[in-house]
Design a protein around this ligand. Structure first.
Ligand code: ZN
Length: 200
């Protein structure tokens, strides 16, 4: 008998129908490329820096990784972490309406509510403190911080979620990394990792 809490975390993936979407999730549960994710439990989250919460283990790994980057002269910054479903929903629809985009158009560049890795507490958006103009932009790929992450992030169990040309169908996001360093995260991201894993 599986503990009910595990069961409910294991199955965040019932088809979500979102108002404003004509598009339906496909056979593997994805909506416009994005996999569905449930919301982290409050007792799994800690405040990493003012206004940004993360999963406890992801936070520990990130802290170690940032210190190590700093020792190498790289100024890694955390820009975003956990987002509640309610926050993701308001961001998604507010930005869509601000930019006069349909929900489908918005989903090409931002995860719809219920489909963001950020709601798990394991995903982080990272920036380079010496090049803040590249924050959340594809030009982040040209920074020292990104090059450092490519060489070292795996050691801290951080994986680039949406590499360039990924088969998942999500826009390239060099700033968006997810922690896969515990059993829970590995389970949650197993479907997505089939798209991001590089064959040897
Ligand atoms: Zn992100």
């Amino acid at each position: 008998m599986v503990a009910p809490t595990l069961l409910s975390r294991r199955q965040p993936t019932q088809s979500l129908e979102i108002s404003g979407f004509r598009e339906r999730p496909d056979a593997d549960g994805r909506l416009l490329g994005h996999f569905p994710y449930g919301e982290a439990q409050a007792d799994q989250l800690i405040v990493f820096q003012p206004g940004i919460e993360l999963n406890v283990q992801a936070a520990e790994a990130l802290d170690t990784m940032m210190r190590s980057a700093s020792a190498d002269g790289v100024d890694l910054r955390l820009l975003s972490g956990f987002r509640s479903l309610a926050l993701q929903e308001s961001i998604f629809f507010d930005v869509a309406s601000e930019r006069n985009q349909t929900a489908e158009e918005r989903a090409q560049v931002s995860a719809p509510p219920g489909y963001s890795e950020h709601s798990t507490g394991y995903a982080v958006d990272l920036g380079d403190g010496r090049a803040p103009e590249t924050n959340l932009s594809q030009s982040f790929q040209d920074t020292d911080a990104f090059r450092w992450l490519q060489d070292h992030a795996a050691r801290y169990h951080f994986v680039l979620s949406f590499p360039e040309g990924n088969n998942q169908g999500v826009m390239y996001e060099p700033w968006h990394w997810r922690y896969e360093g515990n059993a829970d995260a590995l389970r949650l991201f197993e479907p997505a990792s089939r798209f991001t894993r590089r064959d040897p």
